[in-house]
Design a protein. Structure first.
Length: 418
């Protein structure tokens, strides 16, 4: 009998052979608030002018030799002979791709920009967008936000966030192998004993709920019972899916897609590379990174397209993919043919609920981000800066979460939503 894991492995085999998997649009829109989210982080600060920002008419921006502006409908991007995967991806997903150009992150320090890009603030303890999205429906998922790699700021929503660990630590915890990693050589209980313990805890949870005298007691008892249930479900998951992955994007994508499709997680965070900090040799290094990134993204999209969704025909039709970096790079090359830190960047989104097939925002003659009208998403001199906070507010609005409860001073860019 074939399983979903067998299906995913078969899909991976097709990808390895270079065979595309056709995408068919969903017949009806996904129910509001039921979208899943997959974040792909690129550490170090990428150079948007190598893919997203076609600034060929701006004399203040150093564009690459042999690069040219490519247009597919209303979607524009930078084409280069050394990056065929970029052109192939954009051509294949032109109607689905939404590019946000000129996103302000208000800093040029890696750690601060990462914090702002994911939380919209520099305040310590603020949860990031994936944690908020996941926590909204944490009762429905075993691991609401699964972090395979990359940054995560759970804040006070840590109950909704779990890391797999760079060396498979989560898998080891579930199997009990983690006990053997200790110098003290601990041994866990036998399976029958563990079953007795689980049943005892379940009875204690029920007794506590029955004896609750206040609303707080009732809530704590409910959370405790839910935690036990989730732990039991999670232990069973070790037999049907592998929570450990390699460091490359396709390997992480395999685990993330399984977690999303099996209802284990609502959000997953992956990372591609931390090597985007090209203070020297910008053109060659960035070109290689962009090519490899888009090759991996194509495999991710094919996995989403080939995997059945919970409410739609495929996971592609119910998952929003957000690809971003914590900052951009200066418009001009330095004396090492590199580019330094810049507080304006670009974000690419693909998924249901977005008005894809276009570029929103942009850069002025000084390569600063352009303000826009959040209602129409059109350029507006008196409008709102396209900030990281506004991007986050937009993601929350997509999930039917009131952004004002988590972000102040900005409006979501409603003009990019369907």
């Amino acid at each position: 009998m074939s399983t979903r894991r067998d299906f995913l492995k078969a899909s991976s085999a097709l990808l390895a052979l270079g065979l595309p998997l056709a995408h068919t649009a969903a017949a009806t829109p996904l129910a509001i608030g039921r979208k899943k989210f997959l974040f792909v982080f690129n550490g170090g600060g990428w150079d948007p002018t190598r893919v997203f920002a076609s600034e060929f008419s701006n004399p203040y921006v150093d564009m690459e030799p042999d690069a040219e502006r490519m247009t597919i409908g209303d979607l524009t991007f930078v084409d280069h002979p050394l990056r065929p995967s970029v052109s192939s991806f954009m051509s294949g997903y032109a109607q689905d791709v939404l590019v946000l150009n000129g996103v302000m992150v208000r800093s040029i320090a890696h750690e601060i920009c990462t914090l702002i890009a994911l939380t919209g603030t520099t305040a310590s303890g603020a949860p990031d967008w994936p944690a908020i999205l996941a926590a909204e429906q944490r009762q429905s998922y075993i691991l609401p936000h699964l972090v395979l790699s990359g940054p995560s700021f759970p804040g006070d929503l840590g109950v909704a966030v779990a890391r797999t660990g760079a060396n498979g630590q989560l898998e080891a915890l579930l199997s009990g192998e983690a006990l053997g990693m200790s110098d003290a050589g601990f041994f866990g209980p036998s399976s029958p004993t563990e079953g007795l313990m689980d049943r005892y805890l379940a009875r204690r949870a029920a007794a506590r709920a029955d004896s609750a005298r206040t609303l707080l007691d009732a809530q704590l008892a409910s959370d405790f019972a839910n935690g036990l249930d989730q732990a039991s479900r999670l232990k069973q998951m070790q037999y049907v899916m592998d929570l450990s992955s390699g460091a490359d994007l396709p390997s992480q994508a395999q685990v993330a897609v399984e977690a999303l499709s099996m209802g284990v997680s609502r959000c997953c965070t992956l990372s591609f590379s931390a090597g985007w900090d090209t203070h020297a040799n910008n053109d060659a290094d960035q070109s290689t990174l962009w090519e490899t990134l888009f090759s991996g993204l194509a495999q991710l999209m094919n996995l989403l397209e080939s995997t059945p969704g919970e409410e739609e025909a495929t996971l592609f039709d119910e998952t929003v993919v957000v690809v971003f970096s914590e900052m951009g790079r200066t418009p001009q090359l330095n004396n090492l043919n590199g580019k330094d830190h810049w507080p304006y960047t670009s974000v690419m989104m693909i998924g249901p609920g977005l008005t894809g097939g276009r570029v929103v925002g942009g850069f002025d003659s000084s390569y600063y981000g352009l303000p826009l009208d959040p209602v129409s998403a059109e350029p507006d001199e008196g409008g709102q800066i396209l900030s990281a906070e506004a991007v986050g507010a937009t993601l929350l609005a997509m999930a039917d979460i009131d952004p004002a409860e988590h972000v102040s001073g900005v409006d979501p860019i409603m003009g990019v939503l369907t």
